[in-house]
Design a protein around this ligand. Structure first.
Ligand SMILES: C[S@@+](CC[C@H](N)C(=O)[O-])C[C@H]1O[C@@H](n2cnc3c(N)ncnc32)[C@H](O)[C@@H]1O
Length: 207
């Protein structure tokens, strides 16, 4: 699937998912806090939340004093984000992660929650390069997303999720994400697996 096809696919997919996403937001509510704890203090930081969806992670950062810009490719998802926004320090904008409409080195922290696995490899790589571009020197690029566990209960959860998720989920978990990060010039400085190894949080820096 090339980028043009991906944009159509993503727009159509999240048009269907958006009205039901509140249930996923409910299930993932604990992850928002866990990811905030992982990123550390964000008070007064300028954050860009890429693929922000219905904005729940952006709200969690805003609650902790950050100035947040959330971007997404799906207007349907953003509609819910805007509708639920009670924060003055959060704004949302329609944008593709592969072409972020911001100047170089604008943000202290650039984040992405549960969207790496929704992208094709090429879109993911291009988005990572853009996230790096718009992040300040000495800033960070951080992710929370799925992870493929090797043993235990996590394997069962992973298999269950694979049945519910799109084929891109399995593809993402079968790619070497460390290699992708290296290719983009992002250096992993922290990595934490959670929820029986089915999810991971990654913090990156770059030179
Ligand atoms: C599973 S949702 C996650 C939303 C949100 N970050 C969260 O944690 O709930 C994936 C989101 O990624 C967005 N997305 C996928 N590819 C994108 C891209 N290239 N640029 C911007 N948003 C993208 C989709 O439109 C969708 O809203």
């Amino acid at each position: 699937m090339d980028e043009k096809e991906f944009v159509i696919y993503n727009t159509e997919l999240f048009k269907k998912i958006a009205p039901r996403y509140k249930w996923l937001d409910f299930i993932a509510s604990r992850c928002r806090i866990t990811f905030c704890k992982f990123t550390g203090s964000v008070n007064s930081l300028k954050i860009l939340d890429v693929a922000t969806g219905t904005g729940k992670q952006a709200f969690a950062f805003a609650k902790r004093g950050a100035e947040v810009m959330g971007v997404d490719l799906s207007e349907d998802m953003l509609q819910f984000a805007r509708q639920n926004n009670s924060f003055k320090n959060v704004d949302f904008r329609l944008a593709n992660g592969t072409k972020l409409p911001f100047e170089d080195k604008k943000f202290d922290l650039t984040t992405m929650s549960f969207a790496l696995h929704c992208m094709t490899e090429k879109v993911r790589e291009d988005t990572l390069a853009e996230m790096k571009r718009v992040t300040k020197d000495k800033g960070r690029v951080s992710f929370i997303d799925y992870h493929k566990p090797k043993k235990g209960l996590g394997v069962l959860i992973y298999k269950g999720l694979a049945k519910l998720e799109t084929p891109l989920y399995k593809k993402f978990l079968d790619t070497d994400f460390d290699e992708t990060l290296q290719k983009t010039g992002l250096r992993k400085v922290r990595h934490k697996k959670i929820f029986f190894g089915t999810m991971q949080m990654i913090s990156c820096e770059f030179d």
